[in-house]
Design a protein around this ligand. Structure first.
Ligand code: FES
Length: 191
């Protein structure tokens, strides 16, 4: 039986407060699959990063409590391996799955094109801090392959068009928001 550790406050790591529970379920499922054993720490931290884009302190405390390992060990592991990041992602997070089922479904080509479009490699954030591009090894939704997570929402049967449309939607929505907030550099030309 897992210890009765309270769920972390997910408001801070969540770029989309509407969908924090799904991501937490991914983390819980990883720990449950390993019987909440301490040796599941690295695997669980992978799940945290794949779901949230980085290792948030609240989530590291949560994992430490669930797996009954000292928080110092969680930090030691998180800072030792280069593939973990403690830095928060950009305003929006796009996670593309590169697991076997998604790879067969064309995920590698989608990732290649998206990297070129955004001008970043997987694991990086665009220079304007708008979009972080991450990769996952499996999102547990292989039946939907190729799959991805957009601001915490899992989307399946991805095509390059659906991904590009989503990224452009984020950018145009943010531009509209800035304009309506009166932050346009050419205010006299704004409608
Ligand atoms: S391999 Fe992509 S969701 Fe499982």
């Amino acid at each position: 039986m897992p210890p009765a550790t309270a769920s972390p406050a997910l408001s801070s790591p969540s770029p989309s407060p509407a969908a924090p529970d799904k991501r937490l379920r991914i983390i819980d499922r990883t720990m449950r699959l390993h019987g909440y054993a301490s040796h599941a720490l690295i695997e669980t931290l992978h799940a945290v990063q794949e779901a949230f884009g980085y290792l948030d302190p609240d989530l590291m405390r949560y994992v430490a409590g669930r797996l009954k390992v000292p928080l110092s060990r969680v930090y030691a592991v998180a800072t030792f391996y280069h593939f973990f990041t403690l830095k928060p992602p950009g305003e929006h997070t796009c996670v593309l799955c590169k697991g076997t089922a998604c790879h067969i479904g064309g995920a590698a080509e989608i990732l290649r094109q998206v990297e070129a479009m955004l001008g970043v490699h997987a694991g990086e954030t665009t220079a304007d801090k708008k979009i972080s591009l991450m990769i996952a090894r499996c999102l547990g939704s292989c039946g939907l392959a190729p799959a991805g997570v957009f601001d915490g929402t899992i989307v399946g049967n991805l095509t390059l068009d659906t991904v590009v449309n989503k990224l452009q939607e984020w950018r145009s929505h943010d531009a509209d928001h800035r304009k309506s907030a009166g932050d346009c550099e050419n205010r006299d030309r704004c409608p």
